[in-house]
Design a binder for this molecule. Structure first.
Ligand code: FE
Length: 203
């Protein structure tokens, strides 16, 4: 597209978060980078979630969620667990004993510097994603560790693709490797759900 330098979009800085919800059967969580406080009096927080994610449907139904702010000590396994598989078929809190916020939802106690409990006030349909505009019902600091940013994740947490694996395309977002000579235009990353435009050829 003319006059749109995708690299300029990467100049926007983002945090990384585990957003928890509960479908009535079990705790669920997903990784998003799309959390922002949009007003401060009263406080409103916006969270965008890809419609392909199970959490989107659960949050739309239950109208509540917790945002757990990841700190820089969060290992790649946290992203694999919460980000690269679906809560439809995996129990992401298996083996994890979460903290509980007042709204009853799970809070990831480890690798979380603070959490914010949200109640959905309105929903904006933005094609591929749903944007939840929320009020804050509780917020708590858990540690003074530095927050994980998207840049920090890219540079220090995400494993570097093995150079020797040579052939294929790598997802710039999560590191998933597509093995093949040609990446289909409509390819969707099975891990992070980003599209073919976020892949680059392994040289
Ligand atoms: Fe990906």
């Amino acid at each position: 597209m003319a006059n749109i330098d995708n690299a300029a979009l990467f100049k926007i800085s983002y945090g990384l978060f585990v957003v928890t919800s509960n479908d009535g059967t079990r705790d669920n969580g997903l990784i998003v980078n799309t959390v922002s406080q949009i007003t401060d009096s009263p406080i409103r927080v916006a969270v965008a979630v890809n419609k392909k994610n199970y959490s989107h449907d659960v949050i739309r139904e239950t109208k509540k969620m917790n945002v757990c702010c990841l700190s820089i000590d969060a290992p790649f396994s946290v992203f694999e667990n919460f980000g690269f598989r679906s809560g439809r078929d995996a129990d992401k809190f298996e083996g994890i004993t979460p903290l509980r916020s007042e709204n009853g939802l799970a809070v990831l106690g480890e690798f979380t510097s603070g959490f914010i409990s949200l109640e959905v006030e309105s929903y904006v349909d933005i094609d591929t994603h749903g944007m939840f505009i929320c009020t804050v019902t509780e917020a708590k600091t858990l540690s003074d560790k530095e927050s994980m940013t998207y840049t920090y994740y890219q540079e220090n947490v995400k494993p570097k693709p093995e150079a020797k694996k040579a052939k294929g395309y790598v997802c710039k977002i999560c590191g998933y490797v597509y093995e093949g000579d040609t990446l289909p235009d409509d390819f969707i990353c099975p891990w992070c759900k980003h599209s073919a435009s976020d892949f680059e050829k392994i040289q």
